[in-house]
Design a protein around this ligand. Structure first.
Ligand SMILES: *[C@@H]1O[C@H](CO)[C@@H](O)[C@H](O)[C@H]1NC(C)=O
Ligand SMILES: *[C@@H]1O[C@H](CO)[C@@H](O)[C@H](O)[C@H]1NC(C)=O
Ligand SMILES: *[C@@H]1O[C@H](CO)[C@@H](O)[C@H](O)[C@H]1NC(C)=O
Ligand SMILES: *[C@@H]1O[C@H](CO)[C@@H](O)[C@H](O)[C@H]1NC(C)=O
Length: 428
């Protein structure tokens, strides 16, 4: 007993804290302490374990895999093949083998293994999409409740097309298509017999308001679209990649999984996962925004952290020419002193608004940090949202100093209310 307690304390000091919340837009780290690097991917459950495959933004889009039993702590399982530029890889299991499908040179490349983790070998050459021999962008994947697998594509780069996967792993017949505009990044969620097809607009790496169509059958007809989030939120600065259903003992929770891309789909891209609210009568879906949340994968119940310790700007020290409480620009700073930390990484929410997201950035320095860190490099929702949780290292005790400042063009201004320091374990 004593030993295990000591061990957990030393873990804390080393910063190897286990992840406690899903924080949309924030940098997420794996159990080895490295940034999770799996984009455009999907998550499948096998027994008690979830497997997540995605393209590596730092290693030329090779497929990287991670596993988790709680959707919070992800163990890195490495590259599943050395093939580069395999975009939006997706795990599927159309027969007794394990498959990964992705986009290679605008065609579908599949790879197959006898096991979930490792041993994936290319299965033939990359192929076009039947029946029209279309090339495509953006692989999506959906397993229906009867066990059938469907690959979703932006066929001919505009028409969202759904093709069944044959039991030999080849791309089968077209199940339906949606020719309602220029859409990509498709995913499907099935709720009470209704199929919901989530798609993104085409704006490159910039986020746009993703849409949903519904149909009584995988064959269509598809009705819609409606927005899955308020238009101005641009899908909370993300693009769809996959929908995961957690059918727990007490609740079924549907999870939107999106990528929060940086300006070029590079290594600073993050993830936005959110619970989905389903309106079965209107046949619409809405993302249920929470800055921090998690789902119990056994019960399906979603929970949120208890309010953290608040440090108000009114009690903080304001440095700078302007000296206006709460208003920060390039020549001023708010200093929160005597902030209590647990000793290690923990979540701290910054509650602030910017007057123009394109004109500058808010930044922070912790304790004796000399060069400030832009908040956007810790959470890509910085500036999009007035509550921005970031994971930072605080020293144990009540002597931490957090400096909050801004840098930008003339006229760029940030208004801060305060900060909120979370005890990682306390849930509501
Ligand atoms: C699945 O299909 C592939 C390709 O046809 C085949 O090589 C493999 O043996 C099949 N796996 C099983 C377990 O049937
Ligand atoms: C911070 O703590 C120091 C003692 O450690 C105390 O002197 C000071 O008054 C405190 N400041 C505030 C703002 O509470
Ligand atoms: C925001 O800043 C950008 C970059 O300087 C500028 O182009 C744009 O006009 C500004 N928007 C508003 C509403 O002031
Ligand atoms: C932080 O943001 C400012 C303002 O947008 C920018 O000028 C600066 O280059 C950024 N710093 C880093 C390290 O990206």
């Amino acid at each position: 007993m004593k030993l295990s307690k000591l061990f957990s304390v030393s873990c804390l000091a080393g910063g190897a804290l286990s992840a406690s919340w899903i924080v949309p837009g924030a940098v997420w780290t794996d159990t080895a302490g490295n940034k999770i690097d799996a984009h455009g991917g999907n998550v499948v459950q096998r027994g008690d374990t979830f497997y997540w495959v995605g393209q590596s933004a730092s290693q030329n889009e090779i497929p990287l895999m991670y596993s988790s039993t709680d959707l919070l702590n992800w163990t890195p399982l490495g590259a599943q093949n050395s093939l580069q530029y395999l975009w939006r890889p997706k795990i599927a299991k159309p027969n007794g083998s394990f498959w990964i499908y992705g986009q290679l040179n605008r065609n579908i490349q599949s790879m197959v293994s006898t096991q979930m983790v490792g041993g994936y070998k290319l299965h033939g050459a990359a192929v076009t999409i039947p029946p029209n021999g279309y090339t495509y962008s953006d692989t999506g994947m959906f397993q229906d409740t009867d066990g059938s697998w469907y690959i979703l594509t932006s066929a001919d780069h505009n028409i969202v097309q759904i093709n069944k996967l044959n039991s030999d792993g080849s791309i089968g017949a077209r199940a339906s298509q949606l020719a309602a505009g220029a859409y990509e990044a498709p995913g499907i969620l099935k709720v009470s017999g209704t199929y919901y097809l989530i798609v993104s607009g085409k704006t490159g790496w910039r986020s746009n308001p993703n849409k949903v169509f519904s149909a009584p059958s995988i064959a269509g007809p598809w009705t819609g679209p409606s927005n899955i989030a308020p238009e101005a939120e641009k899908t909370y600065n993300s693009q769809n990649t996959f929908e995961l259903t957690i059918a727990g003992s007490q609740a079924t929770t549907y999870i939107y999984m999106g990528d929060s891309w940086d300006s070029k789909g590079g290594p600073n891209s993050n993830h936005v996962w959110l619970p989905i609210k389903v309106d079965g009568s209107k046949k619409t879906l809405t993302l249920d925004w929470h800055a921090m949340w998690k789902v119990d994968v056994k019960t399906g119940v979603v929970s949120f952290p208890k309010a953290g310790r608040r440090y108000e700007v009114a009690d903080a020290e304001v440095i700078g020419k302007r000296g206006v409480v709460g208003k920060v620009d390039s020549e001023s700073e708010v200093v929160f002193r005597n902030v209590t930390g647990e000793g290690g990484k923990q979540w701290v929410s910054f509650h602030y608004a910017v007057n123009n997201r394109s004109a500058g950035e808010a930044h922070i320095s912790i304790n004796d940090q000399q060069v400030p860190t832009n908040i956007s490099s810790l959470n890509s929702n910085a500036g999009f949202h007035n509550t921005v949780p970031v994971e930072i290292v605080l020293e144990k005790g009540d002597k931490n100093v957090i400096r909050f400042g801004a840098m930008g063009e003339t006229g760029f201004e940030v208004t801060i209310d305060g900060i909120e320091v979370f005890d990682d374990r306390e849930e509501l």
